[in-house]
Design a protein around this ligand. Structure first.
Ligand SMILES: Nc1nc2c(ncn2[C@@H]2O[C@H](COP(=O)(O)OP(=O)(O)OP(=O)(O)O)[C@@H](O)[C@H]2O)c(=O)[nH]1
Ligand SMILES: [Mg+2]
Length: 295
């Protein structure tokens, strides 16, 4: 078996909200990437590592590639997608199984002609009549010579073995670069910030604009306890009131849910302190983007 061990980098790309991060989490078997039904949840590239007996997969989650909004944050995110797509062994392009969308075209154009592309048609669970998938597959097949087309459900875990089998074919032989228990290249304090942001997107995604950021200022480990202090940055005083909620109820819920998610991911107890601050225009300020780790 040893001579046939394969390892390589697998980009997961697609337009916003198609299920890229949900897929990465399922493939890794842990909630390392933030997911929500609000478009553009992912803002950074993130490595998710899966180690099987015969392969180590280095999945790169990327921000949803989008062309509608343009501020400094969006431009930085789109640049990230292009960079990742240009340097991988194989790309998994995620589209919605309900149909090819014209916003999928610019994503496909980012992947160099030399890279094999596997098309994952996600959210197959939402297609009641499976006969409707065939024309979608046929339309997609016209777009490029895909290495494989695999209908999947990332949230239910359907057909992920088949997807992994197709991916493995394109990985070069090589020794693993990470340990068998490693699941990401990101430090815990990054994952902690993302779990807080995820909770806010999930609880308040309809009420709040997209401009929320979380900065973890304190992260200390004492035995089996992690003490974490984080600040939530919002754009306006009105947004601060929404995050805090009546008598602090919303902030308390964000804290409780984020803490539970951290405890599960880190396998330890967590003490979490949250603050909310107004920082106007941060998503279009280069200095703020650097401070918050987006550049
Ligand atoms: N029904 C169904 N929903 C799914 C599936 N996969 C993902 N979702 C949902 O789709 C929404 C978006 O999922 P994400 O994984 O955050 O999507 P993403 O492509 O990473 O989005 P961005 O980071 O914003 O680009 C979430 O509400 C998921 O629960 C699936 O297979 N079936
Ligand atoms: Mg995502």
């Amino acid at each position: 078996m040893k001579g046939h061990f394969r390892t390589g980098t697998v980009a997961i790309v697609g337009r916003p909200n198609v299920g890229k991060s949900t897929l990465l989490n399922q493939l890794v078997g842990a909630h390392v990437a933030a997911t929500s039904r609000k478009a553009q949840t992912t803002r950074h590239r993130l490595l998710g590592i899966r180690t099987d007996e015969d392969a180590q997969y280095l999945f790169v989650d990327t921000p949803g590639y989008q062309t509608q909004h343009s501020n400094a944050l969006n431009r930085a995110m789109n640049r990230t997608v292009g960079q990742v797509a240009a340097e991988v062994d194989v790309a998994v392009m995620v589209v919605d199984a309900r149909g090819w969308d014209e916003r999928d075209d610019p994503v496909l154009a980012l992947i160099p002609p030399s890279a094999p592309v596997i098309l994952a048609l996600n959210k197959i669970d939402k297609v009641a009549d499976k006969a409707r998938v065939a024309p979608v597959l046929a339309a997609a097949a016209n777009k490029r010579g895909f290495a494989a087309l695999v209908p999947i459900s990332a949230s239910r875990g359907t057909q992920l073995k088949a997807l992994l089998g197709e991916i493995r074919k394109h990985l070069p032989e090589g020794e693993p670069s990470y340990g068998p228990d490693d699941i990401t290249d990101r430090p815990e304090r990054f994952l902690a910030a993302e779990l807080v942001r995820e909770r806010i997107f999930r609880l308040l995604g309809d009420e709040l604009p997209y401009s929320i950021a979380v900065d973890v200022e304190g992260f200390e480990q004492e035995g089996n306890l992690r003490r974490i202090a984080a600040t939530i940055y919002v754009d306006r005083p009105g947004h601060k009131a929404i995050v805090i909620g009546e008598k602090g109820a919303t902030l308390k819920r964000i804290g409780t849910e984020a803490r539970h998610a951290m405890e599960e991911l880190f396998g330890s107890r967590v003490f979490l302190e949250l603050w909310v601050k107004v920082k106007s225009g941060w998503a279009d300020s280069d200095a703020a983007l650097r401070q918050l780790g987006y550049k």
